[in-house]
Design a protein around this ligand. Structure first.
Ligand code: ADP
Length: 377
């Protein structure tokens, strides 16, 4: 039986493993935390640091193909494995570009892909000397995840507390909407594009509240977004799954924010909402099977369940049964042993024929279900 390895053992890997059960494949996972969401679902769990060159090489040599659920892996190790004939999704050329925000932005520029204007900075003194017009957005070249590597600079005083490391300094986009489009490319160059998803933000906290598919935008804007996303994925020259995050600005222009070369939070709804989910699609690519149908079955909303403020310890899922009793809802709990404020603990997808119902249901779910914990702070 063929063996595939996943570097990283979080919820993305877990949902891929849930689908892998349907195919003749042996699944291996490497991750430091033995109690991670993927550990109990794979055939073989290997405890190890996915950033450690030697550990990843040793792991990779035991499988036929490898994929990632986070970009923060040893690129050097994957290069060695690729040269030995192990198939790596995405390939190391694409991963090398995306892993570093400087190279990623330069890639967009070199390929005429619309993105916000930017300059490259070596450290904080370069930021202070930049004479940049504010507001601007500074992003760490490497190592920033879930908003931690992004800083919005609004006043001249903010420059003194900017990141003191290689980074990109971007022009602030006047964002009208944020979209994500997942593009899948197989080893023969075949392609499937998932319909766009719209991120709905809570203006009070600037937190992602829920996402909707399809978005409520003019067709012409969505076509433009799809063309841009396809161009991002195609020019990378790699098989795999690519989640392209886009901004639509006030004038209707489409700009690429960033790309993830893997399954992505913006594709969770596809498990129930689409004929082929993003997880199934990536597995098909890694295993050399035909691509699936990315079209939607019904419109959907996806609500992330994050740890509530003020709670830690073992998670307590308040309102779980109330949400399960609602129409056409699908609850996913990631099995994390501990909750923390803001930690992604699960998600709920809801399907409905019309957008009005979806928004209503998403708000209800958000109000009804809370992830609290056994320790109150
Ligand atoms: P992360 O990968 O850490 O989530 P992102 O690059 O996606 O970081 O940025 C996080 C958020 O910051 C985006 O979703 C967007 O709302 C905002 N943002 C990022 N870049 C810009 C920009 N150039 N102009 C305006 N807002 C931005």
């Amino acid at each position: 039986m063929r063996k595939i390895g996943i570097l990283g053992g979080g919820q993305l890997g877990r949902m891929m493993l849930q689908q892998a059960v349907n195919y003749p494949v042996e699944t291996w996972v490497m991750e430091n935390d033995e109690q991670c969401p993927s550990a109990s679902l794979c055939h073989r769990f290997v405890k190890g640091d996915i950033r450690d060159r030697e550990a990843v090489i040793a792991f990779g040599r035991q499988v036929d193909a490898l994929t990632i659920e986070i970009e923060n892996v040893s690129l050097e190790a994957l290069q060695v494995l690729e040269s030995e004939g192990i198939r790596v999704f995405p390939n190391t050329k694409a991963l090398g570009i995306i892993k570093n925000k400087i190279l990623q932005k330069e890639y967009y520029r070199a390929n005429n892909i619309p993105t916000s204007a930017f300059r490259v900075l070596s450290d904080r003194s370069a930021l202070q000397a930049s004479g940049v017009s504010l507001p601007a957005v500074q992003k760490l070249a490497t190592g920033g995840y879930d908003g931690r590597g992004v800083m919005i600079l609004r006043r001249p005083e903010d420059l003194a507390s900017g990141f003191d490391a290689p980074s990109v300094l971007e022009e602030m986009v006047e964002i009208e909407r944020e979209l994500a489009i997942i593009v899948a490319i197989d080893e023969r160059g075949g392609q499937a594009v998932f319909p766009p998803v719209e991120m709905a933000f809570n203006p009070e906290f600037n937190l992602l509240d829920y996402q909707l598919c399809p978005p409520d935008l003019p067709r012409a804007t969505l076509w433009k977004a799809e063309a841009v996303a396809q161009s991002v994925a195609r020019n990378l020259g790699s098989p795999g799954l690519f989640a392209v995050e886009l901004f639509v600005d006030r004038s209707g222009e489409v700009l690429v924010n960033e790309t993830a070369p893997r399954v992505h939070n913006s594709g969770h709804h596809s498990i129930e909402g689409n004929f082929c989910s993003q997880f199934d699609m990536l597995l098909r690519i890694v295993l050399g099977y035909p691509l699936g149908d990315a079209d939607i079955i019904l419109p959907s909303a996806m609500i992330n369940l994050v740890g509530a403020d003020g709670y830690e310890g073992e998670p307590v899922y308040e309102g779980l049964e109330d949400v399960m009793a609602m129409e056409r809802t699908f609850v996913h709990i990631y099995g994390k042993r501990e909750t923390r404020p803001g930690r992604k603990m699960g998600h709920v997808t809801v399907l409905a024929n019309d957008r009005h119902t979806l928004i209503h249901q998403a708000e209800r779910i958000r109000e009804t279900m809370k992830v609290k914990g056994t320790i109150k702070k």
